[in-house]
Design a protein around this ligand. Structure first.
Ligand code: PLP
Length: 380
């Protein structure tokens, strides 16, 4: 069955008890046992909950994987993957990635004995060059945050296979509608379901999808033992969101294509970053491994911080906020928001300039969005 159909039906059969068409919110912590150890498959909601279970089945289906696990946040899902490693293990990670993943590696797992080398995502060969004897995991994110670079998943998976290392891909920016890393050779897919999958900026959640039963069992054990699980209500909201993922992603992409074309020609714009622009250096790989280019883009204004502040103050529809993937358009300033803790030199070295702006385009009318940008640019 096709993606759109699976999103609505997989894991979401009518309730066997009542016939309810929508999976109920099983707002319960515990479950009756008929006799000691005799129950209907659920004992305690940290271990398992029917609403969460429906979500986990649906998530696995969307990624075309065998097993899904839902977590309380994207960061909790990421931590679950790192928990597969042990003291002394080494990770190779892309150097353009979500700040919270970097923080988790450097501030939490480093002191537990994991070390990380950051490979230059513009040079795929640097991933292989960074591998050591104790490397157990390659971690990538594509498209990357915030610069929207594309990493060739198949190429990296060839490296990971050759060295017998796990490859994990954070697929948050593309969503499973536009990219399915497991089909490209990845072992593990991670999501912040907070973003496109839930899609309405109203919950925080995460997910991991895998094919290998042993990895699944280890992650499932960790999920119950460490306990960062989503509640039934949040699981239900993610389920409600993912039913419309396909139509939302098409709309996000249409708006992103339209606006990046407009901005590319604007005299006050110094550069546009979007994998869907045929003139960009990431286009060929994006076209090969993705079914679309998603709704995230970046651009640089001509001028410095003052120009950025002025521009933001004039916007009416684009909301200045962190996060992404919701139905409403959000705009953010990495140098002063998500990457503020990074030393300026380091930030500039990575290409995050003082006039770089990141956009998560929503599904509003594209002409209204263009007018908003046009109006704000006109005063600069
Ligand atoms: C937001 C985000 C995360 C973290 O997810 P939370 O749900 O905020 O914990 C991880 N990776 C990427 C790419 C993200 O955008």
């Amino acid at each position: 069955m096709k993606f759109e159909t699976r999103a609505i039906h997989d894991g979401q059969e009518p309730d066997s008890l009542t016939g309810a068409v929508i999976v109920p919110v099983y707002q319960t912590s515990t479950y009756q046992q008929e006799a000691i150890g005799k129950h209907k498959g659920y004992e305690y909601s940290r271990t398992g909950n029917p609403t969460r279970h429906a979500l986990e089945v649906a998530l696995a289906s969307l990624e075309e994987g065998r097993f899904g696990l839902a977590f309380a946040s994207g960061v909790a899902a990421t931590a679950a993957v790192f928990s597969l490693l042990k003291k002394g293990d080494h990770i190779v990670a892309g150097d353009d990635m979500y700040g919270g993943t970097y923080r988790l590696l450097e501030r939490i797992f480093k002191k537990w004995g994991l070390s990380t080398t950051y490979a230059d995502v513009d040079e795929p060969i640097s991933f292989e060059k960074s591998i050591r004897k104790n490397t157990k995991l390659i971690w990538i994110e594509t498209p990357t945050n915030p610069l929207l670079k594309i990493i060739d998943i198949k190429k990296i998976s060839n490296v990971s296979r050759r060295h017998n290392i796990l490859l994990a891909v954070d697929n948050t920016f593309a969503s499973p509608y536009f990219q399915r890393p497991l089909l490209l050779g990845a072992d593990i897919v991670v999501h912040s379901t907070t973003k496109y999958i839930a899609g309405h900026s109203d919950i925080v959640g995460g997910a991991v999808v895998v094919n290998d039963l042993r990895i699944y069992n280890d992650l499932k054990y960790y999920q119950n033992a460490a306990g960062a699980v989503p509640g039934a209500w949040d699981s239900w909201l993610v389920l409600r969101g993912l039913k419309t993922l396909a139509i939302r992603m098409k709309a996000h992409q249409e708006n992103a294509l339209y606006l990046t074309k407009y901005l590319s020609k604007h005299p006050k714009i110094a550069g546009v970053y979007y994998p869907g622009l045929p003139s960009g250096k990431n286009y060929a790989v994006a076209k090969k491994q993705m079914q679309g280019f998603s709704g995230m883009f970046g651009f640089e204004l001509k001028g410095g911080r003052q120009v950025v502040d002025k521009f933001f103050s004039r916007l009416k529809l684009f909301v200045l906020a962190e996060s992404l993937g919701g139905v409403e358009s959000l705009i953010s300033y990495p140098a002063g928001m998500t990457h503020i803790s990074m030393p300026r030199q380091e930030r500039l070295k990575r290409g995050i300039t003082d006039n770089f702006i990141r956009v998560s385009v929503g599904i509003e009318d594209k002409y209204d969005l263009k007018e908003d940008l046009k109006n704000a640019l006109s005063i600069l």
